[in-house]
Design a protein around this ligand. Structure first.
Ligand code: COA
Length: 166
């Protein structure tokens, strides 16, 4: 993960690449979150090769906004593994797990409006656009501050299972 989060192409839609120390601290935070809530941004392996390729999963977001606190779904994969449907497939599996096992009521996802690949994944897994907002964590970054929030509400969408599966 240190290599992936230190890669400029991967972090194109983040304010900066992460240092090894930052990634180590973040990974420990994810382990704590998993202990506390039973979810986190999960490690992703390519099943055919067993290679570690990044993360896909859930995070508890409590920054100030009209839609938080909320559980978000997010993803970050090594570029060698983009364009193979892995983010879409992994995120669908996470939504299944979130709904059936974690009993989450809804899940959100956010991205800068210019991060089209990420927004495409949100659409492909059946999430609907909820609102546009200025992200408080990057409000001084002109390129990244205009963000979009997508949502899937498992209670309001009883046909969720049918609507998102390929
Ligand atoms: C966003 C990100 C996770 C997408 O990962 P990905 O695995 O390439 O996404 P997918 O493969 O599921 O979808 C991407 C494309 O692959 C194509 N694809 C889907 N299934 C496929 C398959 N089985 N075989 C080949 N191509 C496929 C799709 O056509 C899709 O293209 P589209 O987006 O134009 O519709 C990846 O680009 C990434 O890690 N980016 C950097 C981190 C980041 O920005 N995270 C979000 C921060 S807000």
């Amino acid at each position: 993960m240190i290599k992936i989060s230190g890669n400029e192409e991967v972090m194109n839609f983040s304010p900066a690449v992460a240092t090894p120390e930052q990634t180590t601290i973040f990974t420990r935070k994810l382990q704590d979150l998993f202990e506390e809530k039973g979810y986190c941004y999960f490690a992703v392996d390519e099943l055919e090769t067993g290679k570690f390729i990044g993360f896909i999963g859930f995070y508890f977001q409590d920054y100030e906004s009209e839609f938080t606190p909320a559980v978000d779904i997010g993803w970050r994969l090594h570029p060698d593994f983009w364009g193979k449907g892995y983010a879409t497939g992994g995120a669908k599996a996470c939504l299944d797990y979130g709904k059936d096992t974690l009993k989450l009521k809804k899940v959100i996802s956010t991205a800068p409006q210019i991060n089209k690949p990420s927004i495409n994944v949100m659409k492909k897994i059946g999430m609907k656009k909820k609102l546009e907002f200025i992200h408080p964590k990057v409000k001084d970054n002109e390129r990244l501050r205009n963000c979009v929030c997508y949502e899937i509400d498992f209670q309001k969408n009883p046909n969720f299972d049918k609507s998102y599966k390929i």
